[in-house]
Each structure stands twice: as C-alpha cells, then as structure tokens.
Design a protein around this ligand. Structure first.
Ligand code: AHR
Length: 320
C-alpha cells in the first residue's frame, strides 16, 4: 500500500516536473498563417516573428498563404488537426472567417489576429488582435498633406489589397481629411495590391490619364512598396517625385527612408513589424493563468518626415 502510494506520488511529481519544465521552456507550438510576401514590411514581419518566437523558445510554424484566403483557411484547419497550442492569423481579407474560427474555438485553440482585423459579430472567436489604428494612419497621412498643400491638392490613391482591413481603413481615414478640405480631391483611385510592381503599373496609368502627371499634386499610397513603385513611374515620366508630385505612404520600410533622404518621398507613417512579440506575451499570460488580454492590443503609429530619414534608414536597414 505504502509502496503504491509512493509510486503514485513519484508519478505525479514527474508529471508536474515535466509540464513545469515544458512551461519554463515555453515549448509552445504555434501555427502562423501569414498573408504572403507582398511587401518589404511583410517580409520584415515574418522575420521579426521568427526572432520573437525563438527568443521565447516557441516553435512557430509559418504557412505562406500567397495572398489567398482559401489557403489561409486550409492552413488553419491543418493547424487544428495538428493540435497546435495557438494559431496566429494575419487575415488577407476581413470577411469570411467565422466558420473556421468556430472550428478553432471548438478545438479550444486560441486564435490571435496579427496586423489586420476581421469583420465578425462574435468577438469570442479570437483571443486578441494586435494591430495599429489603421484609420488613424490614413487620417494622419491626409492631415500632413492638407497642411503641406494648404488644403489644395489633386491626389491619386494607390489602395492596398481589396477587402483587407488596412486598405478599407486607410482609405476611410484619408477620406475624412478630404471631406474636411474642399480643395482636396481624390482624382484617381485603384488597388495596387500592396505590391511594388502593381503600384508602378497603376501609377503609369494614372500619369497617362492625368495629362502626363501635370494634374497630379500627390500620391497617397496605402503602403511604402506601392509608393516606391509610383516613384519609379514618376521618374520614368520625366517628373520629380517628392517635388513635382508629393509622396505620402505608410509602413516605414528602409527603402522609403532612403527615398526620403534622396528628396524623392515626403512622409511615411510607421507600422511596427513586431506584432508577434506582444501577441506571444499575451498568449503566455493567458496560458499561464487564464489572464484575458485586451481585445485590441494597439501598436504605435509614428509620422516620419525627411529630416530624420537618413538616421532612420541606418537604424532599420539590417532588420529588413
Ligand atoms: O497589414 C499591414 C499591411 O500589409 C502593410 O502596410 C503592407 O505593407 C502589408 O502588405
């Protein structure tokens, strides 16, 4: 009897020790459904996520959705089947998530949204969302331009991926400024899908349609990569980006700081690529004692102009 009791005690202690050791080493496995590699910012986010996971001893399995929601849904289902400890999703579009998130919830796997939000009536389908205020990003970019141009400017807009939360919200924020400034107009707007190549292509068509670019006062690009593509198109059309046509964008990647220090871009709103760090910390607290994080963990959005561009470029060039 005594021996059996002793064995049970040893067994329990071993179990506690092994789970304690696992916890101490943070041996969590997390599946991350990433959008793709459409931009410099996205590549940096993937890189930083790996670094942040490694720091915490987390096994991060990244699945590249190549900008397709169906690939993301397939990846999430596969993570559920593998029994991962949590799932991160950077949702390519904002709608159509309820069914698969319900499957994750039924499997008791917490889901964290990274850098993009979703449209759902049921917030219990995800633990938290780590994102910036994307409406604010568009608004602050517009306010800079309104001030710079005295509220008079014909703007061409390069939108992000159709249906993605940053494209919807960055447009919304900028439109609020346009509505408040009767001399500001969006004369052309089209999606460049957050890529450099499409940004250039669309900008070429805008230039053709707007008197060789002479009727354009500024480009508002929903990300820096499309802005860089637009800068190339403007130069090829024989105009000076940053001077003949102002360049306003969002992300804060090294290439835009380089363009700013060369006088070819005017302003960017920084989006941190470190979404995974706060997400992993929130998840660790939740796994430890059930601490529920805030539903929205908001990251900072800072405005940068050419004065500090060289220093900012030097700071970031190796991270990206
Ligand atoms: O969701 C964040 C956006 O997605 C970034 O601004 C853009 O570069 C990326 O593709």
């Amino acid at each position: 009897m005594k021996a059996r009791h002793l064995l049970t005690t040893i067994g329990m202690a071993a179990l506690m020790l092994s789970s304690g050791a696992a916890y101490a080493q943070n041996k969590m496995t997390i599946g991350f459904s990433q959008v793709g590699s459409e931009s410099g910012w996205r590549a940096a986010e993937t890189k930083v996520s790996k670094i942040e996971a490694e720091k915490r001893g987390v096994d991060l399995k990244i699945s590249d959705a190549q900008q397709k929601q169906e690939n993301q849904i397939r990846a999430v289902r596969s993570f559920i089947a593998q029994g991962v400890d949590a799932i991160f999703i950077a949702p390519v579009v904002s709608t159509g998530w309820d069914a698969v998130l319900k499957e994750a919830k039924d499997a008791k796997i917490p889901v964290v949204l990274l850098d993009r939000s979703i449209d759902t009536k049921d917030e219990s389908l995800y633990l938290t969302a780590v994102t910036s205020d994307t409406v604010y990003e568009g608004k602050v970019a517009g306010e800079w331009l309104a001030k710079e141009t005295g509220g008079k400017c014909n703007v061409v807009e390069l939108q992000g991926t159709v249906g993605s939360s940053p494209a919807i919200n960055r447009k919304k924020g900028f439109d609020q400024v346009v509505a408040a400034n009767p001399g500001m107009k969006i004369v052309r707007t089209q999606s460049g899908d957050f890529t450099r190549t499409k940004g250039k292509e669309v900008m070429e068509s805008f230039i053709k349609a707007e008197g060789g670019g002479k009727n354009i006062c500024a480009v508002y690009a929903h990300n820096d990569d499309m802005a860089i593509g637009a800068i190339q198109a403007i130069k090829e059309a024989g105009l000076k980006p940053g001077k003949d046509i102002k360049i306003v964008s969002i992300d804060g990647v090294p290439d835009i700081f380089k363009a700013m220090s060369d006088g070819e871009a005017n302003v960017t709103v920084e989006l941190t690529p470190n979404m995974a760090g706060p997400a992993l910390d929130a998840l660790a607290a939740f796994k430890k004692d059930g601490t529920a994080p805030k539903k929205w963990i908001q990251t900072e959005s800072k405005v940068f102009t050419p004065e500090t561009a060289k220093a900012e470029y030097d700071k970031r060039k190796d991270l990206y």
